[in-house]
Design a binder for this molecule. Structure first.
Ligand code: ZN
Length: 685
């Protein structure tokens, strides 16, 4: 394991800045901690608010990520107040949290880690706690104490498993004080704690203990190269896997979203394909998490699909049964150990393992699902390592329940910001590289949606998706090229969306083209292109939408971008107006056919959007001619024409689309919604 310590970098830092630096070195290695796991502390003497020298402890705030941790993520506590608690015999979690709050020095601090007292009771200045894969691979075995003694001798003490809190802190403190030569302790079924007189020493010890554990695991693997048996499943080729998952994911999402919508992330990495294909993976996967800290993300166990059918629709049925039986078992488990007024959490798995196809993880958004994916990769490695050492064993089911329903862990959930209006929604936009499509894609992402941007201009779609991810976070958008007039291209585009996020909730069918000329002069190819994009294009997009949404069984929203020209056509604009009118009629029929499936279908009719619009660039000269004004006067002409005397922008259309897509418009379908500044000629007649 690589030691990242740099004397040069460290020499410029001291105190809590140095603690943050060392914590980031630990966070930089995902084999030590991932996604908010682990914690670190520093004990030192500093002046308090009166200028009096005081013993202080800095401890990582609950939930902050060691990979990116900074000074502000540490709480500053009065150490003598914390140490006083060692004299107590017991303390409830609530008393402890209340007490910790009183020891804070200064306002505006993060909530200190739940392991604060453990750090405080250890009589060493620099203390680091990790959930290192190599260490948990040894702790997660039936005879872990013997295994650990074999590897670490007397340098580390082993503390039996108990949920973090006052008791564990007392145990660790007593062990550390009794033998000052100890370099740390191992928390059984949980992780490693090391300490030292300098951060460099404590960090170095973390690495050297992990390296020793790794070597032992490697030696065990040489002796037992196939602890989970042989590979019994040969994964189909990539294209075949994609095709099956495209059918499977929407129907899975329909079941998994019974309580609240979920985003699904498919992972067919070599590692998951290899693991799920092993003979003994099904049994081993059901034995609990590698560390209870991961329970909030990955739940007690994954769903493992035994003998998956090769037929995609049969497999969909198999998965549905599997998910429902997981739910029944989960509810039994919840009630078996339930005490007091606990609120039951989501009864569905967060990890679904399918031999031959890989793994599906779920979350409220892409990022949450990707955290589950990352954590499970560590989990499956630990299962395999521990199986080579002896056999994988987690904490008991009762302890799993105690941890999963630990009020302090669940309290963290209540601190999360309120979810945005389109959180958990998957939106596909056509023609998303520019103009109205691009503005709408950004607006949906702003409100929390996962956005799949498509466009004839594949690079433009990719740029829009990249821009969204830069603004709203990794995974917020994905993209692919799509020619809406091409049947296969549309199917491939929708498949891309399903494979990226697991399904589909909202489609904004926006791609369009405009050709302007009098009928007598119009080339047939202009007419045909208009029909291909503005009529057939919407049809193909609508058909694919309906197929996926019906399979998913969660309803949905389809919004079609027509034009003011549908109700108030303009001269020299026959191909455009006629093809748009066809699409508007298509939307009405779709609303009729799919009302029973709870798919709402509405039309927006914008007028004269020229800023950032490729469509307008191509016809503005001809439109100016048709209206008898110069190109320079065209903008003013459109502004003067509407009742509000205002320029209609892409963002205005985006807001109308968001409204129609939202639950605020839950009772509106088959409607036309003008966004034209008020054009009286376009009033319904
Ligand atoms: Zn921990």
């Amino acid at each position: 394991m690589k030691n990242l310590w740099s004397d040069r970098d460290a020499s410029k830092l001291s105190g809590v800045e140095l603690l943050a630096y060392t914590s980031r070195l630990i966070g930089a290695n995902p084999e030590l901690v991932v996604w908010g796991g682990g914690n670190s502390s520093l004990k030192c003497v500093e002046p308090d608010h009166k200028g009096q020298k005081t013993r202080v402890m800095y401890i990582k705030g609950s939930g902050s990520d060691m990979r990116t941790i900074e000074r502000k993520h540490f709480a500053r506590l009065r150490l003598d107040d914390l140490i006083l608690l060692e004299n107590r015999s017991s303390m409830t979690d609530e008393e402890m949290v209340e007490y910790l709050g009183q020891t804070m020095m200064g306002g505006n601090q993060p909530r200190p880690s739940i392991e604060t007292l453990l750090h405080a009771f250890v009589p060493h200045d620099h203390v680091y706690h990790t959930h290192a894969d190599a260490i948990t691979s040894l702790t997660d075995t039936p005879h872990s104490a013997d295994v650990l003694e074999k590897v670490f001798g007397q340098e580390l003490a082993v503390v039996p498993y108990t949920r973090p809190g006052f008791t564990l802190s007392k145990w660790v403190g007593a062990i550390a004080r009794k033998d000052l030569r100890l370099k740390g302790v191992i928390l059984d079924k949980h992780g490693l704690i090391t300490w030292g007189s300098t951060p460099k020493e404590a960090y170095g010890r973390t690495l050297s203990f992990c390296t020793r554990a790794e070597k032992f695991i490697q030696a065990s693997k040489r002796k037992r190269p196939r602890p989970l048996g042989r590979a019994t499943v040969k994964p189909p080729a990539f294209a075949e896997r994609r095709a099956r998952m495209a059918v499977l994911l929407p129907s899975m999402r329909g079941v998994l979203s019974e309580g609240q919508r979920m985003i699904l992330l498919w992972d067919d990495s070599r590692e998951t394909l290899d693991f799920t294909g092993l003979d003994g993976a099904a049994a081993a996967s059901q034995l609990g998490p590698m560390t209870p800290d991961h329970l909030m993300h990955i739940k007690p166990s994954p769903l493992f699909v035994l003998r998956p059918s090769r037929d995609a629709s049969k497999l969909a049925g198999q998965l549905k049964q599997g998910l429902l039986s997981y739910k029944r078992n989960y509810l039994r488990y919840f009630h078996r150990y339930k005490e007091g007024g606990l609120n039951q959490l989501d009864p569905f798995p967060r990890v679904i393992l399918i031999p031959g196809l890989g793994m599906v993880t779920t979350g409220k958004n892409w990022q949450a699902a990707s955290i589950v994916r990352d954590l499970y990769h560590h989990n499956l490695r630990v299962i395999q390592n521990a199986s080579a050492v002896e056999w994988f064993q987690s904490i008991s089911e009762k302890e799993i329940h105690r941890f999963e329903y630990w009020p302090l862990e669940n309290y963290k959930l209540t601190l999360l910001p309120k979810e945005k209006e389109f959180s958990r929604r998957i939106v596909l936009v056509t023609g998303g590289a520019s103009g109205i499509g691009r503005a709408t894609a950004f607006a949906f992402a702003r409100e929390g949606a996962q956005v799949f941007v498509t466009d004839l201009d594949a690079q433009g779609a990719a740029d829009a998706a990249k821009g969204i991810c830069q603004k709203y976070g990794e995974g917020a958008a994905a993209s692919c090229g799509m020619d809406v007039g091409d049947e296969q291209s549309v199917q491939k585009g929708f498949e891309g969306c399903v494979l990226a996020y697991g399904g589909l909730d909202i489609v904004f069918s926006n791609a369009g083209t405009a050709k302007s000329s009098p009928i007598k002069d119009m080339p047939l190819k202009d007419w045909e292109l208009s029909m291909r994009v503005n009529a057939t294009g919407h049809f193909l997009v609508a058909r694919e939408t309906a197929r996926i949404m019906v399979r998913q069984g969660m309803g949905g929203v389809f919004i079609l971008n027509a034009s003011k020209n549908v109700t108030a056509p303009g001269k020299d604009f026959a191909a455009y107006s006629a093809s748009k009118a066809a699409s508007a009629q298509l939307a009405r029929i779709m609303a009729m056919e799919h009302g029973g499936d709870h798919i709402r279908v509405n039309v927006v009719n914008p007028d004269a959007i020229f800023e950032g619009s490729k469509l307008w660039e191509s016809v503005s000269r001809q439109r100016a001619k048709a209206h008898g004004v110069s190109l320079e006067e065209l903008k003013k002409f459109y502004i003067d024409r509407n009742l509000l005397k205002s320029q209609v922008k892409s963002e205005d259309v985006a807001e109308a689309v968001l409204f129609l897509a939202s639950d605020r418009a839950a009772k509106t379908t088959g409607a036309m919604f003008p966004v034209d500044g008020g054009v009286k000629e376009a009033f319904p007649r």
